[in-house]
Every structure is written in structure tokens, then in C-alpha cells.
Design a binder for this molecule. Sequence first.
Ligand code: TPP
Length: 549
Amino acid sequence: MNHLSGAEAFVRMLQLHGVKHIFGLCGDTSLPFYDALCRLDHGMTHVLTRDERSAAYMADAYTRVTGKIGVCEAPSGGGATYLLPGVVEANESSIPILAITSDISVSGRGRYTLTELDQKSLFRPLSKWNAVLDQAKDIPRAIRAAFTQMSSGRPGAAHIGLPFDVQEGPVDEADLWADERLGRYPARRFGPDPAAVTAAVELLLRASHPLIICGGGVVIAGAEGELQGVAEWLSAPVASTISGHGSIGDGHPLAVGVVGSNGGTAPTRAIVEAADLVVFIGCRAGSVTTERWRFPAPGHSRIIHIDADPGVIGANYKVDAPIVSDARLALAAILVELSTRERPQGAREPAMAAVAKAKQEKFAAFRKLAASNETPIRPERVVAALQSILPDNAIIVADPGTPCPYFSAYYQFNRAGRHFISNRAHGALGYAMSAAVGAAIGRPGTKVVAVMGDGSFGFTVGELETIVRLRVPIAMIVISNACYGWIKAGQKTRFQERYYSVDFNRTDHAKVAAAFGVRSWRVEDPAALQGVLRKAIEAATLAGLGEGW
Ligand SMILES: Cc1ncc(C[n+]2csc(CCOP(=O)(O)OP(=O)(O)O)c2C)c(N)n1
């Protein structure tokens, strides 16, 4: 019997699942794992970050753009606790990332060992599956289980805790095997009940104003083509949540854009109000998308709900036709059944005209503001300037605060697929910079732009060093207003302008970036904005990733 150490076996098992990048930060309890990474020839690149939160956010966006499972790692104690925000964000957004934490030795448990912490309990409610290992021989099985769980059913995050002595224990080489297909998601799809498909099709054919609302599940399942087929057959408008942006290209005549309280507008809400049938696909119908369950109004429209997670269906609306299934397989089955039916005549034009009218109203208001020479520069102007510069395949990552709602509402992503990333499960500030790094590493050669508020920038600024060290080609925009603006806006509109503890000092972010070695500009004149953004995007492209990416 040939034996490897636990740490070596762990590295080999990651390799066997097709892992190419690991985002993380070192610690005492991780030393055997790092040594195995150093010694073995495995083809994986370790991306050293300056904060474990960033490592998890990088893995999250990497996973979103590659369709592969992203991996992040952190040491015991403080490192493990810092990893949590990214793990829960990914898990709640159905983005499968693997979080690895090293841990104190099994033999040190219960002895006030430095960094001791109940990692199993800590990660359990924040992940789909987790384990802290007790012996080295469990490593291959645990990694296989983690990859199976992450990439099957509703995708989600997994966590494995790896105690120091487990990293040093023996593993039989014969136990090292894997199904590499589990390194991508969704790996093992399941299809719909044919009777449920027929019931949904009957409802679709009877509806006069069907509307499809897509959550993140459509892009996760790679169902964009099937979605377009169903929408075109029915002449049904297609709206999306923020996470579902990219389910259909924004230029499509049936594409409504984002609906809800963070990116929705009055004209797009009118489309929801007019629907007599709403089809939620890969969508939790949560508080933001439905403006606290008011649009669609309960009881006003019939509901078809398609989701890989049976628990989502019926949680918020009485559902007339539930379909538990992978989104792509469900839509494909619906399309097959529709094509055996007679297509309603003349339905296409009114639906397209309603969408065109809604978009025209929305963009008429937008264009006026985007052309404004007001200072401070209006966010609409930033959106319009970027829109005029970036190619269709660019990726924009937007933080909460000002960036997310404005880019969700107004930036037009003409191609279907993952081009917009925002952390909508928890909306923690300080996500975009690191997520942009993960996206740039996952999709090299693509222009990637992070848009942050100055509050968010403060959470994440240390990662500028990583970006410079690794020459990560991203452009970063900080919208600087010296306050937690989104909350201040809430105090303005709902609490009679009683501003309380929302303002902070103005920082020269361009100088901060320059100190890290990032080329930077400060723009106050609206007329100068477009030219500066163009220079920044060129500079980012020239940065180029270093060797070996
Ligand atoms: C980690 C975290 N803490 C608090 C919040 C609550 N919150 C939501 S938006 C916001 C203000 C954002 O400020 P900034 O990043 O400067 O953007 P702005 O709204 O000014 O555009 C805050 C504090 C949050 N989303 N995340």
C-alpha cells in the first residue's frame, strides 16, 4: 500500500476535480497544506489575498464566470471567521464554492489551544454541506461528498475543516479517485415531471399576458437558449432579478430588464402589474424582486414556479403549477410540449409593443440625467459613459449602495450570460473589488470593471496590493460621496431628513490607489468622465496578468 500525507492527498483530490485556482491566506495550522501545494506538481495556482473575506468573494465570482467550482482557503480561528461572509453569500446565491479551513489538531481539542473554534457549528448554517475531519483516511471521501453536494440539486457552498494532525496522517493512494465532472455545475441535472410540464403548458396557453421572471437559476443552469425559445414561442416578456440579469440579452425585444425594489423602475413595474400569469424560474420570489411581495400582487396573477429547490416553490406565492427541476431541462420540456400545440395568433406584437414602451419611458428619463452636467457627477452619467466604452462581453461587478441599483436598472448587457455580478443574497459592502479579481482570473482577456461606493472601498482597499502584485487587469471606479449614501437616502425619504451617523470624511481615493501602485484619476468634471474612464480601462488592459494564468 502506497501512502500519502493527508495534505498531499487533499491537494491531489482537488486536482482530480479539475481545480486550477485556490484563493486564500496562510496561517500556522495550514502549514502542511501549503507545503504540499509547494512540493507537488499539480497545475493549480494559489492566489494569495490580504483578507479571507476577499478570498471567498474571489472564489464566488470565479465560480460565477467559469461554471467551475471555485475554491478558497483560510487558517483556523480568525481566518475561518473572516471567510464566512463570502461563504454565506455564495451559498444563498446558489453559487458552489468550496471553503477549506485548516484547524487545530484533533489531539488539541478542548484544551484552550490557540484558535480553537467549533468550525463545524460555525459553517453549518452558512453552507449546504460541511465537515471537520477527524482522521486523514476520510479526506478522499469527504472531498468527493463536498463536490457532489456543491454541484448537484440546488448548487451551494461546502466547507471542509482540516485539522493540523489530519494533514499529517496517512492516506492510501488507492483511495484517490474522483469524477472530474463534479468540478463543474450543475453536474447531475434532474428533469421535470411530465405531468407538471403539461399543467404549466395549459396555463401558458390560456394566459393573455404571461410574464417570465428569471432569478439566478437560469444562468446557473445555462438555460439562456431554452428560455429565449420559450419566451419567443409565447411572445412572453422576460424580466429578471438582479442575480438573474443575463438570462436574456437586454437588446432582445422581449427583454424587460430588472424588476423589484433595487433596479426596477415604474415602467418595468407596470409590466409586472399587467401580467395575468407569472412564471418564476430559478427565482426565490424574495423581498427585493417582488417589492415585499406586492408586485406581483398575491392572487392577481396565476403562478408557475420552476426551481431546483422544492422548498422555494410556494414559499411566497400560491403556486398554480409547480415544477421541481433544473431550469434548462424544465424549459426544454416546456418548449417540446409547446411545439406540439397551436401557437396563439398575433400575440407577439402587443407584448413586444408593451416592452418597447416600458423601455422607452425608462430610458427617456435616464438619458436626460445621463446627459446632465450637474456636479457631483450623477450616477447615470457613469453608467452611460461605461456603456459607450465597454465591449459587449465586458463584466461589471457592482457593490451595494449606489452602484448596484443604477447598473441593474440602466446598463444594457446585450449578450445573454454572466456579464453582471452583484452580491444580492446579503449585499455586504466591499464585495466588488475582490469579485472583479475572481472574474478577471476566471475569464482572462475580458474587460472587468468593479464599481464601488466609498463605503465599500473602505472595506476592501487592502486588496489593491494583491491586484498590483498579480497584475490583475481590472478597472475600478469609486463613487465618492463621503457617506453611507443608501442609508442616508433612507433617512432623507423616510425619516424627515434626520441624518444620524451616516457621514464620514472625504478621502482622496485616487491618491490611496496611487500609493499602492495603481494608475488612478480623480474626476469631478462630468465632461471629463468619459475620457478618464477610457484611459483607466486601457491602463487596466495593459496591466495584463503575469505569467502562468
Ligand atoms: C457589511 C455591510 N454593512 C452594512 C450594510 C448596510 N448598508 C447598505 S448600503 C450602505 C451604504 C453604502 O455606502 P457606500 O458604499 O459609500 O455607497 P453609497 O450608498 O454611498 O453609494 C450600508 C451601510 C451593508 N450592506 N453591508
